[in-house]
Design a protein around this ligand. Structure first.
Ligand SMILES: *Cc1c(COP(=O)(O)O)cnc(C)c1O
Length: 421
């Protein structure tokens, strides 16, 4: 469910017409809906009602501080994967005790900054990393709370680039080695083991892989407890998928996901953490772009937009589908026609959709990419010296620019010319 609906023939974000935002900030731009972000967070929070839990938003999905603060004010913690994300979460006002530090290769510097600033726990990915955290903690006279990420060797049945829970993936330690690794952790005085972490992938559209993984975590909890470890917290990762098309997909609901967690793990009396990213932000954001030209090609027409692969890379990177809709609602009965929808970058990969049925469009018309809130703005670049596009947050009938478009001077002046030139 989202708050991007047509009203009187034009697409709105909550109570703001997208045409007003386009007039104010220019195109292309990202726009997020506060009500949708909060609704998605609350769905998870409610799904875990009755269990001690914390929903830690995986901020890599959309990391603007205005989004973080919106969610943090509603009670969310954060899952961070780099020092930049950690500092950004702190800047947005998230207290250290609500920040979980994940990520495959935490450096000594990252570990130090998080230990000094406060951290809920590190999710450890390997034994060398565990030793690094121990060393840094001891050098600061601190004890670092940790979980260890186990790789349950389950197939998440998602796109290969975002599956993380098979034994051949780089993530976590093999579950078969867990006893040895936990024993190693327990022997390091700078660490305090508080639980287990698992995250098997992203955009999962079936609960079965979660169930398989969580059952393994339940068994492991009992085994590790029997071996004397204080397993009191289970971090179950993120990964619940979202519908990218309005028509055919119906991924599991957070409520059913929550019920699965309670069924598989509820008897253990652990505090539960989850780290959803995509489901909170994905359908809470659009990318709005303008048609620059309509070009007739051999047997096809191209819509050439002012947005490109550098602004939204998911189609080029993951063959992802985004619904693309006109901002001005077509008259009923208008015959749609197929378009190849492309950006202006000089790469064939800069194609958003092929043969997409759209109402007839003309130069100057606005289109909106749905489901662009997660892994959209955060993965954008300035390839082709195209400025990062602005981000806008809507709240009821208000909107604010939460990241401005940089000027060309700002971009160009970032380079420095060596003295010998
Ligand atoms: C990416 C990631 C998430 C979030 O995944 P979504 O599919 O966006 O919910 C959560 N935890 C970890 C460790 C991740 O790497």
């Amino acid at each position: 469910m989202d708050h991007f609906l047509y009203r009187d023939g034009a697409l709105y974000a909550e109570d703001v017409p997208l045409t007003d935002i386009a007039a104010a900030v220019g195109t292309p731009f990202y726009v997020y809906s506060t009500a949708t972000l909060l609704r998605h967070f609350q769905l998870f929070d409610e799904a875990l009602e009755g269990t001690d839990h914390l929903v830690c938003y995986a901020m890599k999905a959309a990391s603007n501080q205005a989004i973080l603060r919106t969610l943090a004010q509603a009670g969310a913690g954060m899952d961070v994967v780099s020092m930049g994300e950690y500092l950004r979460a702190k800047a947005a006002g998230v207290p250290g005790e609500k920040i979980v530090f994940s990520g495959v290769g935490k450096t000594a510097e990252e570990i130090r900054v998080a230990l000094e600033g406060g951290v809920r726990q590190f999710n450890v990915e390997s034994e060398p990393e565990m030793e690094a955290i121990n060393t840094v903690a001891l050098s600061l006279g601190k004890v670092a709370p940790i979980t260890i990420r186990v790789n349950p060797d389950v197939d998440a049945k998602t796109h290969a680039k975002i599956a993380t829970g098979k034994s051949e993936n780089k993530f976590g330690i093999p579950i078969a080695r867990a006893s040895a690794v936990y024993a190693h952790a327990a022997a390091l005085p700078g660490l305090q083991v508080v639980g287990i972490d698992v995250h098997i992938g992203s955009q999962l559209t079936d609960l079965a892989p979660f169930e398989a993984a969580y059952q393994k975590v339940a068994d492991l909890t009992e085994r590790l407890r029997a071996e004397g470890h204080d397993i009191r917290r289970l971090d179950l990762g993120g990964g619940l998928g979202i519908p990218y098309t309005r028509s055919n997909e119906a991924p599991p609901l957070p409520l059913d996901y929550g019920a699965l967690i309670k069924r598989t793990l509820g008897h253990l009396g652990c505090e539960i953490e989850i780290e959803p990213g995509r489901l909170i932000a994905g359908n809470a954001g659009l990318m709005v772009s303008r048609v620059i030209y309509v070009k007739s090609g051999e047997g096809r027409d191209f819509l050439i937009l002012d947005g490109a692969m550098n602004d939204l890379i998911r189609p080029a990177m993951y063959d992802a589908h985004h619904d693309i809709v006109p901002v001005i609602e077509p008259e009923p009965g208008v015959e749609p026609q197929p378009y190849d929808i492309v950006g202006p970058v000089c790469e064939t990969g800069d194609t958003f959709a092929k043969g997409r049925l759209m109402p007839p469009l003309a130069a100057g018309d606005l289109v909106a990419f749905r489901s662009a809130g997660a892994y959209g703005a955060v993965m954008s670049s300035e390839y082709n010296t195209r400025p990062l596009i602005p981000e806008v947050l809507v709240n009821g009938d208000q909107f604010a620019v939460i990241r401005a478009r940089p000027s060309f001077d700002e971009i160009i002046n970032r380079d420095t010319i060596p003295v010998w030139l």
